[in-house]
Design a binder for this molecule. Sequence first.
Ligand code: GTP
Ligand code: MN
Ligand code: MN
Length: 597
Amino acid sequence: MGDIENISKNPENQLKMLLFHRNPELNGRLETFVRMLEPANIVVITDPDFYEKKLVGEMATDHELIELNRKYYSNSYLYRSNPDDVARTEKDTYISSLDEKNAGATNNWMEPEHLKSRIFNLIKGSMKNKTMYIVPFILGPAGSKYSEAGIQITDNPYVVINLIKISLVGKEAINRIENTGKYVVAIHVTGTLDKNNRYIAHFTDEDLIISVNTAYGGNALLTKKGYALRIASVHARDNSRMAEHMMALEVTSPSGRKYGISGAFPSASGKTNLSMIRTPTDMAGWDAQLLSDDIIWMHINNDSLYAINPEYGFFGVAPGTNATTNPNAMKAFNRDTIFTNTALTTDGKPWWYSLDPSVSEVYDWHGNLTTDLKNAAHPNSRFTTPIKNYPYLSSKFYDNEGLKIDAMLFGGRRSDLIPLVRQAKSWAQGVLFGAMIRAETTAATTGKVGILRNDPMAMIPFCGYNIGDYFQHWLDMGKLVQHRPEIFYVNWFRKDSDGNFIWPGFSENFRVIEWIASRLDAKANAIETPVGLIPDIANFASGNLGKNKLEQLFEIDYPGWLKELNEIEPFFKKIGDSFPEELWREFHNMKDGVEKQ
Ligand code: GTP
Ligand code: MN
Ligand code: MN
């Protein structure tokens, strides 16, 4: 390693000599940023294990990372972020393509050169006295032609450590970039964390991302939402592929049949939990293995859709996770994990309310000793854990083609109206299901929690181009794929009149998967309604749930649906000309059906 650090005394020469010597164009881009940022030092992360240990050690010495009690959590640390930098900030997120139409009605836009000059003014000289880390990464299986590569520059060791945990970092990535000549450049500058001058900018015409004045995961780990969703959705549009905010898992039935199931739910609405689902005790023989907990990239293979996971780790929501709701997550994050903004017990364990309600006093996420337990962990506190720690990983994770997808789920938090599960009658109606997602907002992004907002395909914060064109792309993909996945809409969050969840959720969601599997096998019957096909509750295996509750879960309130459709219509209209005609037809079909009831 010594060689790299020595040569780094002359940063520009080092780049020429060491890094992308077969790729002068990339070297040129890097040199521009080296001159602009003026780092004191440059480190290239060629050996991720070595640098992870080194940086963790340095941050622990500086008390920026707090080592957790080794008796319960090995090689694991707590990090407290700046209190003004705890969630994604969508108002600062830009899709900057030369043509404003490419941002569409739902993304912030600024003319690329204008946005760049603003950002360049902010970041000029901002790495003086700091080390610049160059992090080369691969997204997806190392040998897959569907994988992509890039480099992230950052001045933040916390970001480097997290990147190493959630992407494939190191020499293989440099080789891939040199062999393919294809890469995305992502620049991250911690800056002053000034929330009034924060930018997460995606220059979608030139495969460039720049993020400044933030170090929060979703804003600063640019391999994740920035590249694997925003930039990759543009690549997917141009290559008949899909890049989706979806979990995916491989389900095996007692007879050994395999089902690939993916699901898009808005942030903090259950993807990670569903991807780690445990079989209920009375469903012996069923099994589920994880492909991805947050993002998949899909391509067509053998006339079917196949999914790979571009990530190598989890950046999961901590609150709500515990031995009952998600025991499998707990088997993964008890080692090699960075917890961000959770509380801390007095004996050095990470903590949030549902994890252990028996304690009486903890250090809150600011580090103050408190008995105010409900607010002690930040609601968007997270764990960063390498995926290889997860005990039930699908073998398809390492497969260059990935997992064949048989069913896709849409969903979101809805305390009323939306039934537990329903199936689309056709691909086009399924696309409408996705486009119609409205969900209660969560702490994953700054702003009010619990407000209904439109979040089609759970992609509103992540679609790198015009959302109307994105809907058209979904419709087109359905025409290109012969064996189209069936599309379903689920809602685990319907509440009764006392405000309690009617459906127990978590591992009980396996019963919905069972129904979906029997629909795929054309075994279960379904009842046709204007809003889709719903189970015949006489034959729906609902575990211990009483008939009365089941009826509440599947109740279709037509006046409520008409109101829903009327509230969604202005959002669709706002999208304008790019909103596909075919989708309007589906929408009006549904509305006519509902009106006739
Ligand atoms: P991002 O990682 O932000 O994209 O979110 P996510 O979709 O992965 O959400 P996650 O699985 O982390 O769940 C968020 C919250 O929803 C957690 O507090 C969970 O405990 C809760 N949750 C997940 N599944 C269920 C469920 O089936 N029922 C109920 N009631 N809550 C759930
Ligand atoms: Mn997510
Ligand atoms: Mn998640």
